[in-house]
Design a protein around this ligand. Structure first.
Ligand code: Z5A
Length: 212
């Protein structure tokens, strides 16, 4: 595999989608061939599971939720990520398996070791070369995410937006804990400035990681 896999993580409203799009543009301008993907999604099965997973009216047990995210991830890895990396493309993915560890592990209380085994089954040796963790104050992230949802005219809040601030605090702490455990892979980007400043920080992290 000659391409690079970059995942972007963080709680909702951290600016992941914004960063993923702008980072992809900037990497393309530097001459890289870049595939931008999102999780769950970016395959027919993944997009179908995304609709189900975000539907706040359908009850799911935590383990069911974890299996569905892993199923969507396996499809993404097999159908999109591995072929792209094999062709030498760079892949920017909006969320990857750290989200399951943080949300279903730290948030829902599932066993983190079990989840890590599930990641290995779903992804095999396809692991991110670099993970950018956008770390934002929980209340700020939640309010940004909710303003987007309201802007889209949705009436029912989705499964995760129904969760309270305490859930999201656990998820945020989960992400930071994963970052502390894997400092070579994960760079924490504090979200304090505007989107352009955050993108610049991310670009610096990419350059530092891959320039040597
Ligand atoms: N989930 C899970 O539980 N387990 C898993 O394994 C996976 C996911 C993979 C996916 O929904 C849900 O599934 C997610 C976790 C769970 N839970 N939720 N909610 P999603 O993909 O639709 O949700 P999201 O990833 O959280 O997307 P989001 O809410 O859109 O957040 P974002 O992508 O991080 O933010 P954004 O859309 O780029 O920006 C939000 C707003 O802030 C927007 O108006 C921007 O213009 C603005 N923004 C962005 N950056 C800035 C800065 N720096 N300053 C000011 N304003 C900014």
């Amino acid at each position: 595999m000659t391409g690079k896999l970059i995942s972007i993580e963080g709680i909702e409203g951290a600016g992941k989608s914004t960063v993923a799009a702008r980072l992809t543009d900037r990497l393309r301008q530097s001459g890289h061939s870049v595939l931008e993907l999102r999780e769950p999604g970016s395959t027919p099965v993944g997009e179908t599971l995304r609709t189900l997973l975000k539907d706040g009216t359908i009850r799911l047990a935590p383990l069911t939720e974890a299996f569905l995210f892993e199923a969507a991830r396996h499809e993404l890895v097999v159908r999109r990520i591995r072929p792209a990396l094999t062709e030498g493309q760079w892949v920017v993915v909006d969320r990857f398996y750290d989200s399951t560890t943080a949300y279903q592990g730290w948030g829902r209380g599932l066993d983190v070791e079990m989840l890590c085994r599930m990641h290995r089954d779903a992804c095999g040796e396809t692991v991110p070369d670099l993970t950018l963790l956008l770390d934002i104050d929980t209340a700020v992230g939640l309010s940004r995410a909710r303003s987007v949802t309201r802007g889209q005219g949705e009436t029912a809040r989705d499964r995760f937006e129904q969760e309270g601030i305490a859930f999201l605090e656990r998820v945020r702490e989960g992400f930071l804990s994963i970052a502390r455990a894997e400092p070579n892979r994960i760079v924490v980007i504090p979200v304090t400035g505007d989107a352009e400043m955050v993108v610049e920080c991310c670009l610096r992290a990419v350059e530092e990681k891959f320039s040597s």
